[in-house]
Design a protein around this ligand. Structure first.
Ligand SMILES: Nc1ncnc2c1ncn2[C@@H]1O[C@H](COP(=O)(O)OP(=O)(O)OP(=O)(O)O)[C@@H](O)[C@H]1O
Ligand SMILES: [Mg+2]
Length: 250
């Protein structure tokens, strides 16, 4: 897949970029967030390297989705530092964050969120359209991605004509079409039966690894976590990020 570097311009970088590890996708320090009196994230601290694949497990309500929302720039933490490729997400304006979300940080969700009035092909093309990519280049990239997720035969179908597994394959294609640095996946198999879930996990893992994309995968399933290199545990707003994946499998 072709890189779309250079399409996004003018994004504010932190003046101390040089101090940040250039191989890190995320640098997060003392990130905390509360909803009213409830502290949901408590001094979360981690680095995510290029192409690193991390699963996050933990009890319901422990703050996993809230963390992904902050990492994706759709929500803001109250305090702490959060850098994405040297960009300070805590202070960046919403237009610049939207720019990152169009290309560099993408998401896969439990409930797919495909655009119902667009076909499979159009859903996959949509992020490229937002980036202003036109004509043959866009068409070629979409065709390539349709093949990657094995959805060529259903390219002209609408989301409501697809099975859950097929919808998630389209959502994966849409998430990867811009060649992002990181994919944030929140329980991507939570709405699928175990066989379909397994296929989706294999697909995510294969494409992410082939393309060197980093992954943060929130899941309740040890099997799902097993596709990642490491598993970190979220407990009552604290992220314990020292546990090797093998432990999560045992
Ligand atoms: N917009 C909000 N307003 C108020 N409280 C919220 C909001 N979003 C989340 N919370 C609360 O923050 C806490 C963490 O929620 P979060 O969705 O991050 O948990 P989670 O670990 O993803 O849980 P699950 O595994 O059930 O998805 C919960 O107590 C939740 O009720
Ligand atoms: Mg959640």
């Amino acid at each position: 897949m072709r890189k779309l570097s250079g399409i996004l311009t003018g994004m504010a970088k932190h003046p101390s970029d040089a101090l940040l590890g250039e191989n890190n996708i995320y640098e997060v320090e003392n990130l905390s967030k509360a909803y009213g009196e409830t502290r949901v994230l408590k001094n979360v601290h981690f680095r995510l390297g290029k192409g690193e694949q991390i699963a996050i497990m933990g009890p319901s309500g422990s703050g996993k989705s809230t963390l992904l929302h902050c990492l994706g720039g759709v929500d803001k933490a109250d305090t702490g530092r959060l850098y994405f490729e040297g960009n300070d997400l805590q202070t960046m304006d919403s237009t610049s964050i939207a720019g990152l979300r169009r290309s560099r940080i993408t998401s896969i969700f439990q409930f797919f969120y495909l655009l119902p009035t667009l076909t499979v092909r159009e859903n996959i093309a949509f992020p490229l359209q937002l980036l202003g990519l036109k004509g043959k280049t866009r068409k070629d990239q979409v065709a390539e991605m349709l093949a990657h997720v094995n959805m060529e035969p259903r390219a002209d179908a609408y989301p409501n004509e697809l099975s859950g597994g097929e919808q998630q394959r389209v959502a994966i294609a849409r998430a990867l079409i811009t060649h992002p640095s990181v994919v944030l996946a929140d329980e991507p198999t939570g709405n699928l039966d175990s066989q379909n879930g397994r296929r989706i996990l294999e697909l995510i893992q294969r494409l992410i690894t082939e393309q060197g994309i980093a992954l943060m995968l929130v899941t309740h399933s040890k099997e799902a976590a097993g596709i990642c290199q490491r598993t970190w545990h979220m407990q009552d707003g604290h992220l314990q990020n020292k546990t090797p994946c093998q432990e999560a499998k045992s």
